[in-house]
Each structure stands twice: as structure tokens, then as C-alpha cells.
Design a protein around this ligand. Structure first.
Ligand code: PRP
Ligand code: URA
Length: 209
């Protein structure tokens, strides 16, 4: 079974509280999501493999380290996942960005795919799938399934807030995928919204409500 890690760094928790607050408007909401994504990415990338290299400093040769292998891939689940991309890129500017377009059918709550565009050599990259909300887990599970069908092997899932139902669903369908959250909330309501959550992440990011 994949790990579930709740990143309880004080800065992440403080900013998440502001993100949850219904009085936080679109501009600040977007900035905070960006900042939390950067902080989460810092924690999540702790275990990236390094390779030894030699570097010439102004005074001598030094044994040093670089991240090994192909550039990491960030895969936002459209649309709300887009809000977390720049924050990760702040830290890993050379990362490649793939997109998976999914929306939840409001009646069935099932994910519907409408767009997929991924970087090449996806099987050789460490991938971080990003989406602010892990509610039923349908969208994240489907996105990960699409990535695996296209050859992805090494996948992490990074969300701001998860519901126990969503965590369970992803762990069941994708036991190889570690899940990183800023908070694990209480439950889902009858419309599939996370309680207490933050409301509709896409609408709050893009001002569509
Ligand atoms: C939201 C959210 C996730 C999904 C989570 O997207 O960003 O992708 O719901 O719910 P689930 O775990 O039950 O699948 P939404 O479908 O509202 O689309 P949007 O990003 O375009 O707003
Ligand atoms: N999608 C959201 O944007 N918010 C939720 O609480 C659940 C799914």
C-alpha cells in the first residue's frame, strides 16, 4: 500500500487556513495555493535520487551532486490542478509539465477525460500529479490510470486537502502511489464536497462563481 503523508509544516498549515477561509478572494487564494505547492514540493522531493558529479569552484575541484535521471514531470489535473503548477516550478524550473483534463460529472461524480498531453519518455520520469482536492478519488485515480496506460511507472500524488474516501480509493486502485496532503479532512457531503474543505477549488482559483 502507498504511503499517506500529511505535511504538517507550520507554514503549510498556516497558509492552508487562509486558503480555507471563505473571505479569501481569488487573487490571494491563487497566491497562497502557489506558495503551499512550493512548500509541499520541497518536502516531497526529499527522496529524489542524486548522482555524483565534479564541479570546478574558483579555488578547487569539488565532489558534488546533481539530481539523477530525466527531468521530473508535473501533471496537473485540469482545471484546478493548474493552480499548483507554478508553485512546483518555482522549485524545479526544469520540470516538464503534462496535462490531464478531467471533470467530474456533477450527477454521477465520475471523471470524464477531455484532454491529455504528456512529455515524452514518461516511463523514465518521476511524476507528481497535482490537484488541490482529493474528494471521492475518482479524478485522481482516473488520471493515474491514464498515465500508467501511457507508460508512467513512478507516480506521486500531491493534493492540498484529501477526504478519507478519496485516500482509500486511490490506495486501493493504485497501491504503488504515495499520497501527500496538506490536510486530511473529515468526510464528503452528499454532493461529493470535502467537509470542511475549502469549497470548489477551480471556482475559487479562477473566479468562476
Ligand atoms: C475537482 C478537483 C478534482 C476533483 C476531485 O475538479 O479539482 O479534480 O474535483 O473530486 P473527486 O476526487 O471526487 O474526483 P472539478 O471536477 O470540480 O473540475 P475543475 O478542476 O475543472 O473545477
Ligand atoms: N472538488 C472541489 O473543488 N472541492 C471539493 O470539496 C470536492 C471536489
Amino acid at each position: 500500500m502507498g504511503k499517506l503523508v500529511v505535511l504538517n509544516h507550520p507554514l503549510i498549515q498556516h497558509k492552508l487556513t487562509m486558503i480555507r477561509d471563505y473571505r479569501t478572494g481569488t487573487k490571494v487564494f491563487r497566491e497562497l495555493v502557489d506558495e503551499v505547492a512550493t512548500l509541499m514540493a520541497f518536502e516531497i522531493t526529499r527522496d529524489l535520487s542524486l548522482e555524483e558529479v565534479e564541479v570546478q569552484t574558483p579555488v578547487a575541484k569539488a565532489k558534488a551532486y546533481k539530481i539523477a535521471g530525466k527531468k521530473l514531470g508535473i501533471v496537473p489535473i485540469l482545471r484546478a490542478g493548474l493552480g499548483m503548477v507554478n508553485g512546483v516550478l518555482q522549485l524545479i524550473p526544469a520540470a516538464k509539465v503534462g496535462h490531464v483534463g478531467l471533470y467530474r460529472d456533477p450527477k454521477t461524480l465520475k471523471p470524464v477525460e477531455y484532454y491529455v498531453k504528456l512529455p515524452p519518455d514518461i516511463s523514465e520520469r518521476d511524476l507528481i500529479v497535482v490537484d488541490p482536492m482529493l474528494a471521492t478519488g475518482g479524478s485522481a485515480s482516473a488520471a493515474i490510470t491514464f498515465l500508467k496506460r501511457r507508460g508512467a511507472i513512478n507516480i506521486k500524488l500531491m493534493c492540498l486537502i484529501g477526504a478519507p474516501e478519496g485516500v482509500k480509493a486511490v490506495q486501493k486502485e493504485h497501491p504503488d502511489v504515495d499520497i501527500y496532503l496538506a490536510a486530511l479532512d473529515e468526510k464528503l457531503n452528499e454532493h461529493g464536497y470535502i467537509i470542511p474543505g475549502l469549497g470548489d477549488a477551480g471556482d475559487r482559483l479562477f473566479g468562476t462563481k
